[in-house]
Each structure stands twice: as structure tokens, then as C-alpha cells.
Design a binder for this molecule. Structure first.
Ligand SMILES: Cc1cc2nc3c(=O)[nH]c(=O)nc-3n(C[C@H](O)[C@H](O)[C@H](O)COP(=O)(O)OP(=O)(O)OC[C@H]3O[C@@H](n4cnc5c(N)ncnc54)[C@H](O)[C@@H]3O)c2cc1C
Length: 383
């Protein structure tokens, strides 16, 4: 990358080799399909299976469960290569769900779901948000009541990434209708193929990220075996989520900084070619100053996220630091991309120019994975 002057400290010879494979696969198998996926509002299942075979799914899950057996550095390589190619397929959600299973699943659950997720046979979604409960997860109303050997689920979820493709849903439910505190929630795993009472709404019409099928999910008397509960008992859902959010927030932060780097590269190329008043745009001091600010912020962000990744690999990343990474890096991403749109002039507003797509695609980053305001609340509570 021309805009980045350093190699990440967490890279090793193995990740470099892995990166070459991932980059080739993303460029030849995934990136060319983005326009058709955008048109249909979803990726296709075949691409997931091919990606599984190529080692892009669950690279940081132990080999005994079908994963690549690497550290988070291998997942980071996949996050980076997808972002660099502008492929916003929902592999990150697959990894997040896998790590819920790895952290809280029993041996039988790990063996049942992880190998099929690694191969792409199972596509996972995570169902937390409801029409009436987003940031405030304790307001979740989807109810799972015990009936013999099953839970019976009623309720709905919204904004669910991979919603239409998913055949495995990691669902946050209320298992204690009377409880008001954090112990009301639990996590259930649902295999959705031919599941009676389960319905997927049509993909929601978003302003960006059209490759991702973001859907509503409906549950009406859905029966799921009690054995599909994640963890040793009911009432642990909120604690499990809080602990796992670190993974998601580092991934989003990394994705943000790669998007910012990509925007810079695209824009540096553009301003060296575009002419106005007999000069190229780069000859204007304003252009150089704007890009100097963007490059500085991108580089600061890169150093920060690399440090977060190192800490995460060592198991030392604090929740608050992960929140800082998610908040600060997605804010920088949006600001840098917005400046880059401005430097493209009217062309930056045209969908055929990648920078315009990056502008709409990036906007969601400040909202999901815990909104940036919620991140600041978290950071503030540590003061
Ligand atoms: C593209 C996309 C993909 C998504 N994918 C998924 C998915 O796969 N699974 C899933 O479960 N969810 C998903 N979501 C949902 C996402 O996690 C929620 O949108 C997010 O948590 C915010 O919840 P909300 O939309 O209900 O907003 P609200 O919670 O209603 O928040 C509205 C505004 O109020 C602010 N606010 C709320 N509480 C506070 C507070 N305490 N202090 C200060 N400000 C506050 C928020 O920051 C925000 O600005 C996705 C969303 C998008 C846009």
C-alpha cells in the first residue's frame, strides 16, 4: 500500500504466505462477483464454500474443529484483504459466531458447528438487535420458554447481517421473562434449515453494503433443543456478549483503518491525474494539506490498531481499549473518506467511482458493533 509506510508488527512469515493466497483468491474469486452480489443484495452460497476450501473462513479456530489453527493475525489478514478489495461479504460475522461457540460451547457443540462453518456449509448470523432493542440489549423481548427437551421461541430480530443466507443463527433471547437485570438473557444456536415457525424477511434496503443480506428474522413457536443453549446454564448471555465484543470491535477497527488507507491510495492516484487551472490537483497546497492530514491520521490509526491486535493475540486487550479502537478508527475512517470524496469533486458523488461507494459503505461502521456513542459511554465509565 503506497499510503502506509510500515509493516504491521503482528505479521510473521506464515501470515505473509497466507496473505498471498488470500489476496489471490479475493481478487480472482470474490471481487469480480461484487457487482452481481450488489445487484441481488446478497452474496451467493457457492462463494462461501469456495472461501472455506481456500482457508478464508475461521483461520483462527483450532484445526481439530476444522479451522486454520492460527492466531487472530490470520483473521486480521482476511479482514485486511477483503477490505482492500472492497469486498464487504459477511465473513466477519462467521468468525464472531465461531468464537462464541469456541468460548462457550461444549465439545459436542463445537464438533457439530465449527467444521461446517469452516467449510462454508454453515453460514452464520448473529441475532441481537430487535425493533425495540438495539443499543439497549437488556430490553430484548424475543422469548425462549422451556418446554420439555426444547425451548419454544417467539419474537423477531432486525438488521441481521447474513440474514437470508444463514443456516445457523446465534440468537440472543430472554430466557427469564420476569428478570429485569442482565441475568434475563441467554444465547441459543438455531439450525434454520426446514425449521418450523422460522421466517426470513426480504433483505432490507440499505444505502450501502449491498453485498450483505441484512434482514429481519421472525420466530413463531420455533422449537430448538435445550442442548443448543451456549454455556453451562441460562442467564449468561449478556456476560458472554460483553466478553466477545472485543473480537468484533478489533475487527471493525481494523476494517476501518484499511478502508481509510484504501481511500487515500485511490485519492492520491486521482489527484495526480486530474487537472484544473492548468495544474494537477496535487499541485494545490490545499490538496496536499488535506491528504497530509488524512495520511497522518491513517498512520496513527494503523499504529493503534496494530497495538490492539498484538494485545488481543496475547489475551491482554482491555474492553475499554477495544471500544476506543472501534470508536476512534471508524470516526477517522468516515472523515478521511469524506475528505477524499471532496477531492474527487463531482466524480466523487458518482457511483461508478469507488470512493463514493466507500463513503456510503463506511457510514454503518459508526452505528453497528456498538454505536460510537455507546463506546464513549463505556470509555467514560472507566474514567
Ligand atoms: C448494516 C448493519 C448491519 C447490522 N448487523 C447486525 C447483525 O448482524 N446483528 C445484530 O444483532 N444487529 C445488527 N445491526 C444492528 C446494530 O447493531 C444496531 O443498529 C446498533 O446496535 C444500534 O441500535 P439501534 O439501531 O436500535 O439504535 P438505538 O439504540 O436506538 O440508538 C439510536 C441513537 O441513540 C444513541 N444512543 C443509544 N443509547 C445511548 C446511550 N446510552 N448514550 C448515548 N447515546 C445513545 C445511539 O448511539 C444512536 O446514535 C446492524 C446494523 C447495521 C446498520
Amino acid at each position: 500500500m503506497s499510503s502506509v509506510d510500515r509493516e504491521s508488527s503482528w505479521q510473521t512469515e506464515e501470515t505473509r504466505i497466507f496473505r498471498r493466497t488470500v489476496r489471490r483468491f479475493v481478487q480472482t474469486e470474490l471481487a469480480p462477483r461484487v457487482p452481481s452480489w450488489e445487484a441481488q443484495g446478497a452474496s451467493d452460497k457457492e462463494a462461501w464454500r469456495k472461501s472455506g476450501a481456500a482457508g478464508l473462513l475461521l483461520p483462527d479456530v483450532p484445526e481439530e474443529y476444522g479451522g486454520g489453527g492460527g492466531t487472530f493475525a490470520f483473521e486480521a489478514v482476511v479482514v485486511e484483504e477483503l477490505a482492500r478489495a472492497g469486498v464487504h461479504i459477511g465473513f466477519g460475522v462467521q468468525s464472531i459466531v465461531a468464537h462464541y461457540i469456541l468460548a462457550y460451547g461444549n465439545e459436542a457443540q463445537k464438533r457439530r458447528w465449527l467444521p461446517r462453518m469452516a467449510s462454508g456449509e454453515f453460514i452464520a448470523a448473529i441475532g441481537m438487535t430487535e425493533p425495540g432493542a438495539g443499543s439497549d440489549l437488556q430490553s430484548i423481548q424475543t422469548l425462549a420458554r422451556k418446554d420439555g427437551e426444547d425451548y419454544v421461541i417467539d419474537g423477531s430480530k432486525t438488521f441481521i447481517t447474513n440474514g437470508s443466507n444463514a443456516n445457523l443463527v446465534c440468537l440472543v433471547v430472554r430466557t427469564d421473562p420476569k428478570a429485569t437485570g442482565p441475568r434475563a438473557l441467554s444465547i441459543l444456536m438455531l439450525e434454520t434449515e426446514d425449521l418450523a415457525g422460522y421466517r426470513v424477511g426480504r433483505p432490507l434496503e440499505k444505502i450501502g453494503r449491498h453485498v450483505q443480506d441484512t434482514c429481519e428474522l421472525f420466530f413463531s413457536g420455533v422449537r430448538v433443543p435445550v442442548a443448543n443453549l451456549l454455556g453451562a446454564g441460562e442467564g449468561r448471555g449478556l456476560f458472554q456478549m460483553m466478553d466477545q465484543l472485543r473480537y468484533e470491535r478489533v475487527s471493525v477497527g481494523l476494517n476501518a483503518i484499511v478502508n481509510a488507507e484504501r481511500a487515500l491510495d485511490i485519492t492520491i492516484d486521482y489527484v495526480k491525474q486530474r487537472k484544473a487551472f492548468g495544474k494537477t490537483l496535487i499541485d494545490f497546497q490545499n490538496t496536499r494539506f488535506k491528504l497530509a492530514e488524512c495520511k497522518t491520521e491513517a498512520q496513527i490509526g494503523r499504529v493503534f490498531i496494530d497495538n490492539c491486535i498484538e494485545q488481543f493475540i496475547m489475551g491482554k486487550l482491555e474492553l475499554v481499549t477495544a471500544a476506543m479502537a472501534k470508536y476512534w478508527l471508524t470516526e477517522r475512517e468516515c472523515r478521511i473518506i469524506d475528505d477524499c470524496v471532496q477531492l474527487h469533486g463531482g466524480f466523487g458523488y458518482m457511483t461508478e467511482y469507488p470512493i463514493s461507494r466507500m463513503w456510503v459503505d463506511s457510514r454503518a461502521q459508526r452505528i453497528y458493533a456498538g454505536s460510537n456513542e455507546v463506546m464513549k459511554e463505556m470509555i467514560g465509565s472507566s474514567l
